[in-house]
Design a protein around this ligand. Structure first.
Ligand code: 6R9
Length: 653
């Protein structure tokens, strides 16, 4: 991460919106000033007016913000609506035949769904879920590949008021079980397998494994048949998607829920071992999902929007499953990987489907950049008009490549800072208004009250790095950690006694008021834009029979941003030669089994003890230096046993 910080500090290029873009922009300078003025003069009225204008309510709300019990804020809390109705039904009168979803499968085959098709699919499934005993407020875990049925499942849950909780298809049976149990899920919706890079990726087997040793709350498992792979079906528990929807009506009256009714849970990593079930509301979440697609992505009826994120992450919720549909737009979904059959796949898809707005992660940009400029140049990318990035700071080099090679030097780059907890973009450019600087996510959106403060909570001005915080509650903010209000308060609000929502990132401001995100300040790694708790990986390592103790740090990585680097103390002698290499492999696979392949350490080093201070604190700073291959120049005299550093510096061979 430090490379990023150094290079962003020197960055002074400015890219102004072009006249052509300004002319057609959803948000003009004038409109932007009006929004900002309204937000500063009448904060509650600002959000309430937008909620009335942008969303369809079955019962109007009379209260905007309820802040009677901070930090448990409520928005529009006497109003009623349904998220799926807002994403589908309200568009039907005018847009029945408009494409809602264009899907390109791993093998290149294409499916298209109009808003009417989407309606029918979602209604049939909603009726099936009800027939299988799912009721309003029940939790449904969705463990699916990146196929339209994943969105149908989310929308069907929303339609009946069930709370979905997606578990990324790359997570292991163990991780799946933890999440099922924490949520107390009544149903799991899965597929026999998915397809990625020409290979079949099994899913149903992991569900079976997860439910073998727990997950007792689960009554039914619905299995979508995506591939030809056969799977075992458990008689009284499993039902095929095909059978479940057979004979179901394509009519379903969406269940209207209170604006505060939880729309979904999404588990994310924090500084402690156990993932947190981030709970989002229906009304507030949908409002910011809708608005940011309109403001930041400038979406219009003529656009084809492609967000490459998997629905297993928050980005796939807000910018695949809900936001674009709430706006009645056409969005693209892709099942496969960026490098199959070759590294031109993204550009081929943009060309073939006339993608106009494209949103991906810096890690993908860096990976594709390595293949050179010739590959993207083979494709016609002239329809692209706006590009976005999310997940981690983007280094200026990658920003410039994205802008020049993919965006012909014309497409503005939206570097969007936000989190699972914030629900939608928070600090991001408005494309017809904001001057861009490569590496900066620029300024808070209208209504977002972001600041940088020091340890005492004093606001910092430009130059100094500090804690990124949000002062005023906003509609799409996390409502609580599922089942753990206390952890919610401790994690996000305790540090400054409820005065701010504490983000967990450090940042600094430049003289133009632009925000530069520096990285996580807690023990959370950002590997290819995915959040991984160091504690989670440490717990996974320690659960191996040969491991006594483990410490995990992040190491800067060209493509992934950070990679996982583990220091391990064994409860047996450190093996040598091939036996050591075999153990490294065994431990890496063990982490993949406990969490998922994304958490596999790239490097594992062994020592007879971890470097600790005399008071027993692991000196992670030293471990980070070793991971980076830096010479240790700092004083190590407070270490209990300085000689162990030498052990950890030895690569395995
Ligand atoms: C949306 C998402 C959130 C963390 C966040 C920060 C990092 C995300 C960023 C960024 C710099 C950006 N992050 N976007 N850092 N610039 N544009 O990624 O959610 O998975 O919860 O991760 O990702 O560290 O705190 P999530």
């Amino acid at each position: 991460m430090s490379n990023n910080i150094e290079s962003v500090l020197q960055e002074d290029r400015v890219f102004k919106p072009t006249e052509a873009f300004k002319k057609q922009a959803n948000i003009t300078e004038e409109k932007y000033q009006q929004l900002k003025k309204k937000a500063s003069e009448d904060y509650e009225g600002f959000w309430s007016d937008l909620a009335k204008e942008k969303l369809s309510w079955s019962k109007d709300f009379t209260v905007g913000l309820d802040d009677s019990n901070p930090p448990f804020y409520k928005w529009f809390s006497d109003g009623e609506l349904n998220a799926s109705y807002n994403c589908i039904d309200r568009h039907l009168a005018e847009k029945e035949d408009k494409l809602a979803i264009i899907f390109e499968a791993d093998d290149g085959s294409v499916e298209q769904y109009t808003y009417k098709d989407l309606h029918d699919e979602v209604c049939r499934l909603a009726n099936a879920l009800t027939a299988q005993g799912v009721e309003k407020g029940d939790r449904v875990v969705i463990y699916m590949p990146m196929i339209p049925q994943a969105v149908f499942a989310m929308q069907a849950c929303a339609r009946i008021g069930a709370i979905h909780s997606i578990v990324f298809g790359g997570f292991s049976a163990e991780a799946l079980r933890d999440r099922i149990e924490d949520a107390g899920a009544k149903m799991v919706i899965t597929a026999n397998a998915g397809r990625r890079g020409g290979k079949s990726v099994p899913l149903k087997g992991a569900v079976d494994e997860a439910l073998e040793k727990g997950g007792d709350s689960v009554r039914k498992v619905i299995v979508y048949k995506r591939t030809d792979d056969d799977v075992k079906m458990k008689d009284d528990r499993d039902i095929s998607w095909h059978d479940a929807v057979a004979g179901m009506s394509n009519y379903h009256d969406a269940v209207m829920v209170n604006a505060e009714h939880p729309l979904f849970l999404l588990y994310t990593s924090g500084s402690t071992g156990k993932p947190k079930g981030i709970q989002h509301s229906t009304g507030g979440y949908l409002l910011n999902a809708h608005l940011t697609n309109e403001w930041v992505f400038d979406l219009k009826d003529s656009d084809v929007f492609w967000c490459t994120a998997d629905v297993g992450w928050i980005t796939g919720h807000t910018y695949v499953a809900y936001g674009p549909l709430s706006m009645g737009m056409t969005m693209l979904m892709f099942e496969g990987v960026p490098t199959y059959p070759d590294a031109g796949r993204f550009w081929q898809i943009c060309q073939d489907h006339g993608v106009t707005v494209f949103y991906t992660a810096p890690t993908a940009i860096r990976a594709l950049m390595k293949f050179g400029d010739d590959l993207p140049k083979q494709y016609d990318l002239s329809k692209l008009r706006l590009l976005g990035t999310v997940g981690e700071p983007i280094n200026p080099e990658a920003w410039m490549w994205y802008h020049e090679v993919i965006g012909r030097g014309e497409c503005p780059i939206m570097d969007t800072w936000w989190q699972t907890e914030t629900g939608a973009h928070m600090i991001a450019p408005i494309p017809g208004v904001t001057d861009l600087k490569p590496g900066s996510c620029t300024k808070p959106l209208p209504g977002i009250d972001a600041h940088i403060v020091d340890e005492e909570g004093k606001e910092l001005t430009h130059g100094e790095g500090g804690y990124l915080v949000i002062r005023k509650p906003w509609p799409s903010m996390v409502r609580t950690i599922w089942g753990d209000d206390e952890r919610f308060v401790d994690t996000y609000f305790a540090m400054f006694k409820n005065k701010y929502y504490v983000v967990g990132d450090s940042a600094h401001l430049d003289t133009d008021g632009n925000f530069w995100i520096m990285g996580r300040i807690d023990d959370v790694l950002n590997v290819s834009g995915h959040r991984l708790g160091t504690m989670e990986i440490e717990s996974a390592l320690v659960s191996h029979e040969k491991v006594a103790e483990a410490a995990v740090v992040g190491k800067p990585h060209d493509v992934k941003g950070e990679s996982v680097f583990a220091f391990v103390v064994l409860n047996q002698e450190i093996p040598e030669g091939d036996a050591r290499l075999a153990l490294v492999q065994e431990l890496r696979n063990h982490v993949a089994k406990e969490i998922g392949p994304i958490a596999k350490p790239d490097d594992i080093r062994f020592g007879s003890n971890l470097p600790k201070t005399r008071s027993g604190k692991i000196m992670r700073r030293l471990l980070r230096s070793i991971a980076k291959g830096e010479e240790i120049t700092s004083d190590t005299s407070t270490l209990e046993d300085p000689s162990i550093l030498d052990q950890f510096m030895q690569p395995n061979k």
